[in-house]
Design a protein around this ligand. Structure first.
Ligand SMILES: Cc1cc2nc3c(=O)[nH]c(=O)nc-3n(C[C@H](O)[C@H](O)[C@H](O)COP(=O)(O)OP(=O)(O)OC[C@H]3O[C@@H](n4cnc5c(N)ncnc54)[C@H](O)[C@@H]3O)c2cc1C
Length: 202
């Protein structure tokens, strides 16, 4: 068995899965270093729905095509990237993925719109967010929705990123599995990744 030492005592277990997200760089620095893990900081905004608009689906844009492997490999993505490089290179500089979803409303009022995002990569991030980045997100969001936007809340997100793999999944010693999603697709893929890891354990 393996002893897992926690702040509330030691737990002994035959198998252990360590799934601490980006904190892998603090808790398993060697594993993180081998996979060249860095932290990705994201800036997102929650804005009021202009004109009380109601939007059913998630909305992605051409900038999203450059972010996701399935799209990014298509010939069309090169055309999109070239056009953006010529017309709005500042969006590529902040690695913008212009997309939005609307949160559930309440009391008959439509919900806030979560609008994002931008990506900034480093081992350690400063505590400050850049206002010019938020202004770019607002500018592009307003262009997309055809109306000026007012910010309700600002969201800084962090996730692990590796230039080598989207999924860090390793067994540093028998019985211990270290698993972190090292890309921005962990919400979508979690319900496949978790059962796969558990099926392999049992
Ligand atoms: C702003 C933002 C937008 C995103 N948008 C999308 C999207 O549209 N689609 C998509 O698929 N993915 C998206 N993601 C990425 C997705 O959230 C991550 O890929 C995913 O959460 C990574 O999963 P994980 O289980 O590896 O880590 P996490 O989800 O970070 O889970 C790790 C957990 O471990 C806990 N933990 C850490 N250290 C310890 C410790 N010492 N002891 C106990 N617990 C600990 C943490 O509290 C946390 O709950 C987004 C992420 C952000 C930040």
């Amino acid at each position: 068995g393996i002893d897992v030492r926690t702040s509330r005592g030691t737990i002994r277990s035959a198998r252990v899965v360590h799934a601490a997200g980006h904190d892998i760089d603090r808790l398993f620095p060697q594993v993180a270093e081998e996979a060249a893990v860095r932290r990705c900081r994201l800036q997102m905004l929650e804005v009021a729905p202009p004109g009380d608009v109601e939007i059913g689906p998630a909305v992605l844009t051409g900038l999203s095509m450059l972010r996701y492997g399935g799209f990014a490999e298509t010939a069309a993505a090169t055309g999109v990237r070239n056009e953006l490089a010529a017309t709005a290179p500042e969006l590529l500089d902040v690695v913008m993925n212009l997309m939005l979803t609307q949160r559930p409303g309440s009391g008959g009022r439509p919900g806030s719109i979560v609008l994002g995002d931008t990506h900034h990569y480093d081992r350690t991030h400063l505590p400050f967010d850049d206002e010019h980045v938020a202004e770019l997100v607002l500018r592009e969001g307003a262009r997309l929705l055809g109306a000026p936007l007012s910010v309700r809340r600002r969201w800084r997100g962090v996730y692990a990123d590796s230039p080598r793999t989207d999924f860090l999944d390793t067994e540093p010693f028998p019985g211990l599995r270290v698993v972190s999603v090292t890309s921005g697709i962990g919400m979508t893929t979690a319900l496949g990744l978790a059962p796969t890891v558990l099926d392999q354990l049992f």
